[in-house]
Design a protein around this ligand. Structure first.
Ligand SMILES: Cc1cc2nc3c(=O)[nH]c(=O)nc-3n(C[C@H](O)[C@H](O)[C@H](O)COP(=O)(O)OP(=O)(O)OC[C@H]3O[C@@H](n4cnc5c(N)ncnc54)[C@H](O)[C@@H]3O)c2cc1C
Ligand SMILES: NC(=O)c1ccc[n+]([C@@H]2O[C@H](COP(=O)([O-])OP(=O)(O)OC[C@H]3O[C@@H](n4cnc5c(N)ncnc54)[C@H](O)[C@@H]3O)[C@@H](O)[C@H]2O)c1
Length: 450
């Protein structure tokens, strides 16, 4: 395409956004290169969604093996070997990394397995010293775990290290109250670790509906997870035997085997040379972009977590796809619609949501109608598991249009993916009422709410 530059597109970062953008741009006919300093696949594949979900599956067996007795199964003595699960998960991650690399190779995308930095508006310098030029540059460098400002913070692990532990901690404190803290609290707790979740504020999972958050807190406590709210870490000191002494506000010093930070993620822009190309960043270090993911510099774009819009894999992928179609697709520019993005927390049990919470809907619409279904799933009843699910539907009080659905239930994310289509399409409560239930399911509650 371009004679002046080595490549039409140079992508920095082979994660969810960068891989999609590079592959599709190449399919549109562009000459593409991509640089990755760690492993092809990025956070989601290597140390995020994928291995996390596999651990969630592994952890859930603890409950299934307990519950199966009431269904007539006697399975004798059982034990759990962390290293078997860990190594199988890491092997599968390697397989997926290979599949991502193959896709790029099949599209003739040149892969540089090294760090890249901008050294001019159209120039990139690789860690090896090689200098290349590109007509367009895409920054898709993602984000990394934030460390809190407490003495000894370097002694704690983050989600990056959690997948590689040599052994499970008997006692772990997890700082944070968001996605990662709640997901890993559930995982470690199911594996038999003593878990304390420590939150600086008084609210877990702030962006989710209050009723659903409260239900997760109540169930998590029943399962044995401890919570501390309005608490901050002061010091983490290593002990001679490998554990740590942790001092938190308003508490005595405690001895634990592991400290894990899950207090948010910061955009990866350090040493990237953004100043060499004159790229503007926001207060949190996020690269500022317009609705087509274009930075303030005409030929430089950014997608995914580094822009800190919605830090989710499917969003990064959509942004990457839209970038490729806009710049190399030869059609009208494509903007990603960031409204009504469904999401899930893979806690035990999981939470899933789409649209507005009750509070947001009241502020935005004034008049809202709320429907609730608070039930004990059939499987839990027979298992003797005293764990209730909650579905909540928020509708515009005037039109009946559904503006939000919130769930905490086994398989809630699976149900939510389908329900989210209806909410995105602007369907009403009457449309749900007109749909016949599938019985017996949990999902039927969606069309039976009163
Ligand atoms: C523990 C965890 C669990 C998660 N679970 C989910 C989930 O269940 N569902 C979901 O939707 N989202 C989940 N996420 C979020 C999701 O992983 C991210 O939103 C997504 O990966 C962002 O994609 P990205 O392309 O922006 O960045 P990334 O996937 O982070 O890719 C960026 C890549 O750039 C590389 N890089 C950085 N700087 C340079 C440089 N200078 N040169 C070369 N390479 C560089 C990095 O090594 C990295 O591979 C999870 C995140 C974490 C941490
Ligand atoms: N299931 C999923 O889709 C999934 C899973 C994991 C991560 N993610 C993505 O990754 C992002 C990062 O996840 P995360 O859990 O690190 O961040 P988060 O933004 O979800 O939560 C951070 C939490 O840490 C608390 N906090 C901040 N500083 C603290 C401190 N010093 N001490 C104690 N608590 C403190 C905050 O109050 C907040 O509750 C998420 O926003 C999400 O977009 C998604």
């Amino acid at each position: 395409m371009s004679d002046t530059y080595d490549f039409d597109l140079f992508t920095i970062g082979a994660g969810s956004g960068g891989v999609r953008a590079s592959r599709v741009s190449a399919a549109h006919g562009a000459k593409v290169a991509i640089a990755e300093e760690h492993r092809v696949g990025g956070t989601c594949v290597i140390r995020g969604c994928v291995p996390k979900k596999m651990l969630v599956y592994g952890a859930h067996f603890a409950e299934d093996l307990e519950d199966c007795k009431r269904f007539g199964w006697e399975i004798g003595e059982r034990s759990f070997d962390w290293k078997v699960l860990r190594d199988n998960v890491l092997d599968d991650v390697k397989r997926i990394e290979g599949a991502y690399t193959e896709t790029l190779d099949n599209h003739d995308v040149t892969i540089f397995k090294e760090r890249a930095e901008l050294t001019g508006p159209h120039e990139i310098t690789l860690a090896s010293g090689k200098v290349v030029t590109a007509k367009y540059i895409l920054i898709a460098t993602g984000a990394r775990p934030r460390l809190p400002e407490c003495q000894g913070a370097n002694h704690g692990i983050t989600s990056n290290e959690a997948f590689h532990l040599d052994k499970l901690p008997e006692r772990i404190v997890i700082a944070g109250g968001g996605y990662i803290a709640n997901e890993f609290a559930g995982i470690f707790n199911e594996f038999g670790c003593k878990v304390t979740l420590v939150n600086r504020g008084d609210t877990l999972l702030r962006s989710y509906d209050e009723a659903v958050r409260d239900r997760l807190l109540q169930i998590s406590m029943t399962k044995g997870i401890d919570f501390k709210f309005n608490t901050v870490f002061e010091t983490v000191k290593p002990c001679d035997d490998g554990g740590f002494l942790v001092k938190m506000s308003d508490c005595d010093e405690e001895r634990v085997d592991q400290v894990m930070w899950a207090v948010g993620r910061v955009p990866n822009i350090e040493g990237l040379g953004l100043d060499k190309a004159g790229i503007e960043v926001g207060e949190g270090g996020e690269i500022k972009v317009d609705r087509f993911s274009k930075t303030n510099v005409d030929h430089i774009y950014a997608v995914g977590d580094v822009t800190d819009r919605v830090q989710l894999t499917p969003v990064a992928i959509r942004e990457g796809q839209a970038f490729a179609d806009t710049v190399f697709g030869g059609l009208e520019p494509v903007a990603v619609d960031h409204s009504c993005v469904p999401s899930a927390v893979f806690s035990h049990p999981p939470i899933a949501a789409v649209g507005m919470t009750e509070g947001e809907a009241k502020n935005a619409l004034g008049s809202v109608k709320v429907y609730l279904s608070d039930f004990r799933p059939m499987k839990n009843v027979l298992a003797g598991r005293n764990e209730r699910s909650l579905f909540k539907m928020i509708c515009d009080g005037d039109s009946g249009r559904i503006v939000g659905i919130h769930m905490i239930a086994p398989e809630a994310p699976e149900m939510m993916q389908a329900a989210a289509i209806a909410v995105k399409a602007g369907l009403t409560k009457a449309d749900f009422d007109a749909t016949v239930a599938i019985h017996p399911t949990m999902a039927e509650e969606l069309v039976l709410m009163r």
